[in-house]
Write a protein of this length. Structure first.
Length: 290
């Protein structure tokens, strides 16, 4: 907290073996809090902010030093953007947030090609995109509904999951199994949905007494059943979605709420309000238990 406003900081690392502050290739203060981010390619990424802004950056090396070049900036949301997801074509993204609006963007021109005002009846807490597709995505909201969107249709939205009187807080699309989606709730439960048959979840389990904050499937095809999750507490868990959401890994090393997850080369990384980034060698741990 600085003065009366929340300010954010963007840390950029070229070496993920050491996340100490002194090892950051770039440190840049932001005018408002950074809520989410998504990579477009190896050196280009998008961040979304408390202010409702979308920024596109590229990391470039100049005279053996790295700098962030701002490729584009736009502020068309009326409140904080809580989620951004990038399509595989590296050109389109979808954003959603506290203004209950969903927008699909062309990042080359930073034009909102589709805008759905009041896409939900309450705050949009998460989005994700269908793998290898540029027209289908999913959203979840505090209005207790998850909607599947196909921009090619005259009526683009259809409800795939509803949990009465229970806000939905997180969503992840399996990058290998294109019909499988995981949805998290404010009650701490997680449901696995097959979008071809949405009447009943494939499985559903209460995993925590705190709300689910983030869900993320392992993108490695051989580990496609692994679902990482974090909550409104200090824990990081990995569940096996093909074994009724059986817990296969848990870590409580963070000292404050865990806010972000990322998979890289079969290892899981988590970041927290405790200002630490931790590496979780999940599959080595699983092998040691077997």
């Amino acid at each position: 907290m600085v003065d009366l406003y929340w300010n954010g900081t963007l840390w950029y690392y070229k070496d993920i073996s050491d996340f100490s502050r002194t090892k950051a290739a770039i440190k840049q203060r932001m005018d408002s809090g950074v809520c989410d981010s998504a990579y477009l390619n190896e050196n280009t990424f998008v961040i979304v902010e408390d202010s409702g802004a979308v920024r596109v950056y590229q990391a470039v090396e100049i005279d053996e030093r790295y700098e962030l070049q701002l490729l584009g900036y736009v502020c068309q949301h009326d409140d904080s953007i809580l989620s951004v997801s990038a399509f595989s074509n590296q050109r389109n993204i979808v954003t959603g947030g506290m203004d209950c609006c969903l927008k699909m963007w062309d990042v080359e021109d930073l034009i909102a090609t589709y805008s759905y005002s009041f896409a939900h009846l309450d705050i949009i807490t998460g989005t994700d995109v269908k793998p290898m597709c540029s027209s289908v995505f999913v959203s979840v909201s505090l209005d207790s509904e998850s909607l599947l969107w196909d921009i090619r249709r005259a009526k683009p939205a259809s409800c795939i999951f509803k949990k009465n009187d229970c806000p939905l807080t997180a969503v992840s699309w399996n990058t290998t199994l294109e019909n499988i989606i995981a949805i998290g709730t404010a009650e701490g439960s997680i449901a696995i949905i097959d979008i071809r048959q949405t009447e009943t979840p494939l499985c559903e389990s209460n995993e925590c007494d705190r709300g689910v904050h983030k869900l993320l499937f392992n993108p490695t095809p051989e580990r496609k059943e692994q679902l990482a999750c974090c909550f409104d507490n200090t824990s990081v868990k990995v569940l096996d979605t093909q074994k009724e959401l059986m817990q296969i890994y848990e870590n409580n090393s963070h000292h404050d709420f865990v806010r972000g997850l990322a998979w890289c080369k079969d290892d899981l990384y988590s970041c927290s309000w405790d200002a630490n980034v931790l590496k979780h060698i999940v599959n080595e741990y699983i092998a040691s238990q077997g």
